[in-house]
Design a protein around this ligand. Structure first.
Ligand code: MRU
Length: 370
């Protein structure tokens, strides 16, 4: 996407230095810092500490991490036991986004088809770059399919903006291009449809206030940051036409794990008869599970993320404590919205209902083990 006239992605392979590079999202929007990932421990750290975050980007970073394993200093060449153990460590860096396991597995399988170290490196690079291109294209297609939803609402309220609420950051920073939840918004805006986005700030790490607001601003899309608890009120007062969110893992039956607070938005949307859509690429479906509440692992992060808030003051990033010292805090990073509260999915293949049958019709190739 365009950042001050420069085409950027949140991850790329620098051909001159043969290194994987990422935008460090911890300091956006205040500081724009680029990091090199040259060792698997750096890749794991980047995923865990949310230098990179968002399900499709975590998957692409995991995929690139397999290449890093093979080229890092002290790599153990053709030792398959070592290689599989390092891939395993990578897959476990964060538990909820299924894309991580998907991306690492895909590249690992390609590597193991090769019989020399050089050809393994080449296979890892080729496959991880292919994943990045596919994810960019998937998000572009999500934008094309989701556009019809926004067009239909716009036709019912000519001359007025379509108000869309989103939670967390499911934009290009979380993906490779366009985003998932934001792709239909970009497509609609670029097609001349007036849109306005309510951006949930998304405590504790404020991905909405820091990242989604920054992305939308750079693209000239009207938006307003709101507190995480404001959505229900706005819905009761006809200020929200549509909710679109992303997801970290969606079961084959349509239960959706996404950033903590998503479930409450879905409940409020249902109570107010507002369509609640989830945008996702194929890499975010977990084809092995049906019951999201029981089977999706929910990450619990460091409680300090609740106790402290980070911001920009006097030309520097500062961190301030907002709770009493040593206050007990619990930091559940995701929740699960049951399929019954989801109006539908926007995928790269089109839109479908949140039910096992509809998902199966959309992805018959993925259900082939039945
Ligand atoms: O903890 P994060 O910032 O990685 O959580 C991200 C989200 O919850 C996104 O909504 C999700 O990954 C979908 S990204 C297209």
């Amino acid at each position: 996407m365009n950042v001050d006239g420069k085409q950027m992605r949140p991850i790329w392979f620098d051909k001159d230095t043969e290194t994987v590079r990422v935008i460090d999202q911890r300091f956006l929007p205040h500081q724009f810092i680029i990091k090199d990932l040259t060792h698997v421990d750096e890749v794991i750290h980047a995923i865990q500490e949310m230098v990179v975050r968002g399900a499709p980007l975590i998957g692409a970073t995991g995929a690139a991490g397999v290449y890093v394993i093979l080229v890092q200093e002290n790599n153990q060449g053709m030792d398959d036991t070592w290689f599989s153990r390092e891939c395993g460590r990578l897959k476990n860096a964060r538990p909820t986004a299924t894309n991580l396991r998907w991306g690492v597995n895909r590249v690992q399988a390609k590597v193991l088809e090769q019989t020399s170290h050089e050809s393994r490196i080449q296979a890892a690079l080729t496959e991880s770059l292919a994943i990045m291109e596919e994810e960019a294209d998937n998000c572009r297609q999500i934008g094309v399919h989701g556009l019809t939803l926004i067009q239909e609402i716009a036709a019912r309220k000519p001359g007025q903006p379509v108000n869309i609420l989103t939670h967390c950051n499911a934009g290009w920073l979380a993906c490779i291009e366009y985003g998932t939840a934001t792709a239909p918004i970009y497509t609609a805006h670029d097609a001349g449809i007036p849109v306005h986005v309510w951006v949930d700030e998304t405590r504790p790490l404020n991905q909405g206030a820091r990242l989604t607001a920054w992305e939308l601003g750079k693209h000239g899309i009207p938006h307003t940051v709101i507190t995480d608890n404001a959505g229900g009120h706005l819905m009761q007062h006809d200020q929200v036409d549509l909710v679109i969110v992303g997801t970290d893992r969606t079961t084959r039956a349509g239960d959706v794990a996404n950033k903590i607070g998503t479930y409450l938005k879905a409940l409020a949307a249902r109570d107010n008869d507002i369509p609640f859509y989830v945008a996702l690429p194929v890499s975010t479906f977990d084809w092995e599970i049906t019951d999201g509440i029981r089977d999706i692992p929910i990450e619990e992060r460091n409680p300090d993320e609740i106790r402290y808030v980070q911001g920009w003051h006097d030309d520097a990033i500062i961190r301030v404590q907002i709770t009493p010292e040593d206050c007990p805090a619990a930091n559940h990073a995701f929740d699960v919205t049951p399929a019954r509260l989801v109006t539908g999915f926007i995928t790269e293949r089109g839109m479908c209902d949140a039910s096992e049958n509809a998902i199966k019709k959309m992805y018959p190739d993925q259900f082939k083990t039945d």
